[in-house]
Design a protein around this ligand. Structure first.
Ligand code: FAD
Length: 465
């Protein structure tokens, strides 16, 4: 029979059980990607994500070529593109893996309905998570709002850890009349990303292997220090599904069993737990990319005229080296270290009183790992309005944070050449040195008074309840 496999955020052949099933059931199978930029919608892929996507699709196509088939790329709404293709091909089945972003869920429902009208079967599977958001609630049916309770319960209930190898062969593709292979145009985003990243399934597997060999054992001690390559940097690969969490858990557990380093493995797997939690929250609270989960914060008084502050922050011109270094790292590499994401986000929302949604949008456009679930969780967590969030009165002092987590100043000097001459910790407070020869800007705000201003406003929030 004739089938279509619709790739979404599962751009891989291994650990994709539904693809294996489709390969078994169909004589001909069309591997398809639908480029649905969601024009006009707020959370359409950002510029950095488009760069990654384009390379990832090219890489997926090469893997498909090795198995005697090729990727077809179409543009438009899935609920329109798929029925048309199904009719042209006379396909009987369409397969895809679930996504949990609100818009993706709608697209999926509409597609299913449109296919049903044609008498074509749509079948969905799971490839992106270890847990099932639809059934991740508490025993009383309400969603978890506390991470530890969520993760413990999910672990107890059993995670999905069944990893299948890539199918050795795939059915040949159908002959399509007038076929246009319409890969997305090369993005405008700078080629500098290629110096830091290699999208694709094989590079993702290599990165995992390398991290397990060199980084996992020291992960708990290194993961908070942005100058070190102390984390896996798997986030964009995971976001696009070039590697799945099941594969990561399997590899990490095998390593832990062999090396006996259970606690390092546990500390890393906990981060994957946060990823699960973020997707669980987005599924149960689909309005949270725009609205605070804690609704009291809808009445919070942000700065009324924050345009200039936001611009200085985006351009890495705040005058606080750890903030500027982070935003520079983001601009240059499409990624920012988690510790620095926390510090830059806290500075924006608390010292500058810029609404967290503005920061979330900037990250959305510039992060290669931009992920609606993780980004929303991260920003709401820092702003204090999310589930299990930092208390609102926790306001990071960027200098104290910098001295603790970048004790030699290596990270800030790496991204801010203007500070090269300031040794060690001195690089964190250039205003204390004679830096008339550097063209580094002075601090844009006073940390103490802006902190007090934020605390005053937060105190005006109604009490929880
Ligand atoms: P590792 O430490 O190696 O962790 C392994 C994997 O676990 C990551 O790849 C990621 O998938 C997951 N993970 C780790 N930390 C978190 C976390 N706090 N929440 C959810 N998942 C996590 N992560 C994104 O993937 N996309 C985003 O858009 C995003 N935006 C963020 C915004 C803010 C304000 C903050 C504070 C955090 C954000 N994060 C986001 C979470 C985290 O910073 C990144 O996942 C991490 O830095 C990626 O680097 P890594 O792969 O080396 O992480």
């Amino acid at each position: 029979s004739m089938g279509v496999f619709w790739f979404r955020r599962d751009l891989r052949l291994a650990d994709n059980p539904l693809l294996a099933k489709a390969a078994n059931e169909c004589d001909r199978l069309l591997p398809l990607y639908i480029d649905d930029p969601g024009e006009g919608t707020e959370w359409a892929e950002g510029a950095a994500s488009r760069w990654w996507l384009q390379h990832s699709l090219a890489s997926l196509n090469r893997e498909l070529n090795r198995r005697g088939t090729r990727l077809s790329v179409r543009r438009g709404r899935p609920s329109e593109v798929l029925p048309k293709l199904v009719q042209t091909l006379g396909a009987e089945r369409v397969y895809w893996n679930c996504r949990y972003e609100p818009q993706a869920l709608v697209a999926e429902r509409n597609t299913l309905a449109a296919l049903r009208l044609l008498g074509c079967r749509g079948e969905s599977g799971r490839a992106s998570l270890l847990t099932i958001p639809e059934s991740s609630g508490k025993p009383d049916g309400t969603p978890y709002r506390v991470f530890t309770a969520f993760w413990r319960a999910r672990q107890r209930a059993g995670l999905d850890l069944d990893v299948r190898p890539a199918p050795a062969r795939l059915p040949p593709p159908p002959h399509l009349p007038d076929e246009v292979i319409d890969l997305p145009l090369p993005g405008q985003w700078s080629d500098k990303f290629s110096a830091h990243w290699e999208p694709g399934e094989r590079p993702a597997e290599r990165r995992l292997q390398q991290f397990i060999e060199d980084g996992l054992g020291v992960y708990p001690g290194c993961r908070d220090f942005p100058a070190r390559a102390g984390t896996s940097r798997l986030s964009p690969h995971l976001h696009f599904g070039e590697i799945g969490p099941r594969q990561i858990v399997a590899a990490v557990q095998a390593w832990a069993a062999e090396s006996g380093q259970e606690s390092a493995a546990e500390s890393f797997l906990r981060q994957l737990g946060w990823r699960e939690f973020a997707h669980h929250l987005l599924y149960h609270f689909p309005e949270t990319p725009n609205r605070p989960l804690d609704l009291r914060f809808e009445r919070f008084r942000w700065a009324s005229d924050y345009g200039k502050s936001l611009t200085a922050w985006r351009r890495a011109e705040t005058g606080f080296p750890i903030i500027d270094a982070g935003l520079r790292e983001l601009w240059e590499t499409g990624w920012m270290h988690n510790r620095v994401r926390l510090i830059t986000a806290s500075f924006l929302t608390k010292n500058l009183l810029v609404p967290w949604q503005e920061g979330a949008h900037w990250f959305w456009d510039t992060l290669l790992d931009a992920d609606l679930a993780n980004n929303t969780l991260g920003w709401q967590w820092v702003a204090g309005c999310g589930a299990d969030a930092a208390p609102w009165f926790r306001i990071f002092n960027p200098v104290v944070q910098a001295e603790r987590f970048d004790p030699q100043g290596d990270y800030v000097r790496r991204w801010l050449p203007a500070l090269r001459r300031l040794e060690g910790k001195k690089a964190h407070q250039p205003w204390k040195s004679d830096c008339s020869r550097t063209n580094y800007p002075p601090p844009m705000v006073d940390l103490k008074t802006t902190r007090e201003r934020a605390l005053l406003r937060f105190r005006k929030l109604p009490k929880r309840g």
